[in-house]
Design a protein around this ligand. Sequence first.
Ligand SMILES: CC(C)(COP(=O)(O)OP(=O)(O)OC[C@H]1O[C@@H](n2cnc3c(N)ncnc32)[C@H](O)[C@@H]1OP(=O)(O)O)[C@@H](O)C(=O)NCCC(=O)NCCS
Length: 324
Amino acid sequence: MSHPVILGVGYAVPDNKVSNDDLSKVIDTNDEWITERTGIKTRYISKDENTSDLAVRAALKAIDDAHIDPKVIDCIIVATLTPDAMMPCTAALVQAKLNLSHQRMMVFDLNGACSGFLLALQTVDALIQSAQVTTALIIGSETLSKILDYTDRGTAVLFGDGAGAFLVSSSSNAHPWTHFVNTQGDLEDTLSTDGLSLNASLKNIQGETPYLRMKGQAVFRFAIRAVEDAIRQVILKSNLSLDEIDLIIPHQANARILGHVADKMNFPLSKFVMNMDEFGNTSSASIPIAFAQAKAKGLIHKDMHVLLVGFGAGLIWASSLIEL
Ligand SMILES: CC(C)(COP(=O)(O)OP(=O)(O)OC[C@H]1O[C@@H](n2cnc3c(N)ncnc32)[C@H](O)[C@@H]1OP(=O)(O)O)[C@@H](O)C(=O)NCCC(=O)NCCS
């Protein structure tokens, strides 16, 4: 049976880098508070690139990294909670911008919030194993700044824009990946966006932005439980032990969450890849950005066991264990 193998990775962020000090000019906050509570120092906020534009830039880097002809791609999935529009799906826009519109392809968006990229990875694994797809672009891309309420200092300081991409191909020699996912839907109001109004008035509704809302401490408590659970469950499903994990690439929400998990699991924090200091929380983009940046820094090598772990709105938590 064929399994997926990662051929290339890439990431892209907007040019506009915004520091905590920059934010403190428009919000009642300060660098010390944000750094201490989250580990975040800067984030990128898009001025003119939408989710599909960032996705395309990340995808081109992944294609370049893979050294393949993009004409072999037969699937594009964009994990996002901030699509360019409700329709068409961002993945179709990406296909067009990559000039791949005239080849047979399955494309769709997937919204699993901050776990979205891992849900897309798990989906592609299943599509490859069932021989429906041979070569897939899996992209996490967000322009979260579109849905941030800049009067809410509890959320506006946490998030940033960006995209990360994996180019994955079917191989008969690849090591199988192990996955875990779980959801607790009755906690949906812990982390959500404002809903869009129903409209029986037959008059247009103007200017509704579905702003992001969060119960910070509840999410914090959930995240600590969820990250540990997702790590333990995926290891249990594999034939490996925790000691054999070379690197953990977690969703980049908050350095303190990861510090708590590392302590509780007695696992070295140095094996967690962290870059939220530069990018903030980019939701579905954070894991592929962290992976691509770690690879560019030479931290990722063949035969390593890399564990990806995500958590966020849904509430959904997920993990994938990949032997490279
Ligand atoms: C958001 C988070 C950093 C807030 O930290 P906290 O310790 O829970 O802080 P609280 O919300 O209790 O607020 C404490 C105080 O700081 C203030 N505060 C909140 N945001 C602030 C900011 N950006 N700057 C300065 N002060 C701020 C609050 O108003 C409150 O002030 P008060 O004591 O005078 O009422 C923390 O809850 C967290 O990280 N949660 C997880 C969030 C997350 O990761 N979400 C994404 C998951 S995918």
